[in-house]
Design a protein around this ligand. Structure first.
Ligand SMILES: NC(=O)NCCC(=O)O
Ligand SMILES: [Zn+2]
Ligand SMILES: [Zn+2]
Length: 484
């Protein structure tokens, strides 16, 4: 059955124009004036945009002694309600565990997804088995990204030696390493010091992770990637120090990408000073919220192109779970929600304020990451043949964010009380209407795994340059006799 989205204005990362969009068999089949089909969706007064892609979620993630409370069903329902039509989650092998075994666990969880999804594979330990399995992950399993945690000492953290080995393997396989950049050794010492001094509340979480630990680790990851000859993607870039390292590297010609979160763009550190323990603990995440200077830096990065993607790091824990950390902030599960709110919050605080344009909005919520992950133009585009993952965006529709009406399974929302203007009228996932104004029509299990092949262009360029500039022994005509 064909569906025509009629009377709207198409907004992509580089174009704005009036046209109808015809969808059939889950794909865009025609774009132009006066189209007709079996079903019509009225887009009058709306922008028709590629659905959002959130490349950073943790659904049903085992972490800090518990599991994040949104699973692939509630998480992707929340995503669609906010105009996001694809998520990329992290498969996390426990140290010593096979990557393939971990992937099977994530495959099993994801069968409930309402929208399309993919995985990044985490490197949480190093050895011959990991080296070998990385090839299978890329070539057979269709995963072209590997995540490295420089923080969470004693749990997920890898050291420089392991990271350099893995980055070199990524270079050889044409894969992209992702990095959680915080100096985990320094964080661990600061945590112990704060606790010893009697600083046990959620605010101490922020004190233990100053911008310097992020800036140092970001710079280190970038330099290691440069030496390994691979690009690198820095997740949840939250501060000027990290942004500066990314900017500097890009200006030198390095392929480095930075991903601010909607939480860091719109919420600040004063949340941790709230007298209500629950309020502050619900906002504990790593890196923590920062101040206005850092926020301004992130917004400037999005506008100027030195930062490319806005994500959520959706990792939602209930208040009850957050209370594991009463009396010891290091036990508060790290993470916040955001999947349903990313696009409306970014539109309201970004487009409506003039910080970014509509086209930049599409770029940072969808198209840029589709290109970085090598799934463009299947995703992130409105073109004939592309998947019909679309959002019909009503710039006048408004709501006040509330946990009472959200799709997420948790009992609060870090954006509670904020009024957003700009919401989906329709969200389509591969041509199927899943959201119609306030009505949720999602289909559990509709989501499909999106295979992502390696990046031949970037890896060929980088390996060619590495070869051209490789150290070479100097050829000499004669070797002097030894002095001994
Ligand atoms: N960000 C956070 O606090 N929790 C999720 C795990 C991670 O991405 O570091
Ligand atoms: Zn992280
Ligand atoms: Zn994360």
């Amino acid at each position: 059955m064909s569906t025509v989205i009629k009377g709207g204005t198409i907004v992509t990362a580089d174009l704005t124009y009036k046209a109808d969009v015809k969808v059939e068999g889950g794909r865009v089949v025609e774009i132009g004036p006066n189209l007709s089909g079996a079903e019509t969706l009225d887009a009058t007064g709306c922008y028709v945009m590629p659905g959002g892609i959130d490349p950073h979620t943790h659904l049903e993630m085992p972490f800090m002694g518990t599991y994040s409370s949104d699973d692939f069903e509630s998480g992707t329902r929340a995503a669609l309600a906010g105009g996001t039509t694809m998520v990329v989650d992290f498969a996390l092998p426990s140290p010593g565990q096979s990557l393939l075994e971990a992937l099977t666990m994530w495959d099993n969880k994801s069968t409930r997804a309402n929208c399309d999804y993919s995985f990044h594979m985490a490197i949480t330990w190093w050895g011959e088995q990991v080296f070998n399995e990385m090839e299978t992950i890329v070539k057979d399993k269709g995963i072209n990204t590997f995540k490295h945690f420089m923080a969470y000492k004693g749990a997920l953290m890898v050291d420089d030696d392991e990271m350099f080995s893995s980055f070199q393997r990524c270079a050889a396989l044409g894969a992209l390493p992702l990095v959680h950049a915080e100096n985990g050794d320094v964080v661990a010492q600061l945590q112990a010091k704060l606790l010893a001094e009697g600083n046990s509340g959620p605010e101490a979480h922020a004190y233990s992770r100053p911008a310097e630990v992020e800036g140092e680790a970001t710079n280190r990851a970038i330099m290691i990637a440069d030496m390994a000859g691979c690009p690198v993607y820095i997740v949840h870039t939250s501060c000027e120090q990290a942004h500066e390292a990314i900017r500097r590297a890009r200006a030198k010609g390095m392929r480095v990408f930075g991903e601010p979160l909607i939480q860091h763009l719109t919420l600040d550190e004063t949340e941790y000073f709230d007298k209500d323990w629950d309020h502050a603990a619900r906002r504990v995440m790593s890196p923590p919220f920062r101040n206005k200077l850092h926020q301004d830096s992130l917004w400037a990065g999005l506008a100027s192109g030195s930062l490319q993607v806005v994500a959520t790091d959706h990792c939602a824990f209930t208040t009850e779970q957050k209370r594991f950390g009463v009396g010891d902030f290091t036990r508060i599960p790290n993470g916040t929600g955001g999947l349903e709110d990313r696009m409306p919050m970014l539109w309201t605080y970004g487009v409506a304020t003039g910080r970014i344009t509509m086209n930049e909005f599409v770029a940072v919520t969808s198209t840029n990451i589709a290109k970085i992950l090598n799934i463009y133009p299947k995703k992130g585009a409105i073109l004939v043949g592309a998947d019909a993952d679309l959002v019909v965006w009503d710039p006048k529709r408004s709501k006040t964010i509330s946990a009472k009406t959200q799709q997420s399974a948790i009992d609060y929302n870090v954006f509670e009380g904020k009024t957003v203007t700009g919401l989906p009228r329709f969200t389509l996932t591969r041509g199927v209407v899943s959201i119609e104004e306030g009505t949720v029509k999602t289909q559990e299990g509709h989501g499909e795994f999106v295979r992502r092949d390696p990046f031949p262009a970037v890896s060929t360029a980088l390996s060619t340059w590495k070869e051209v500039t490789a150290p070479r022994a100097v050829q000499r005509s004669g070797i002097p006799a030894s002095g001994v």
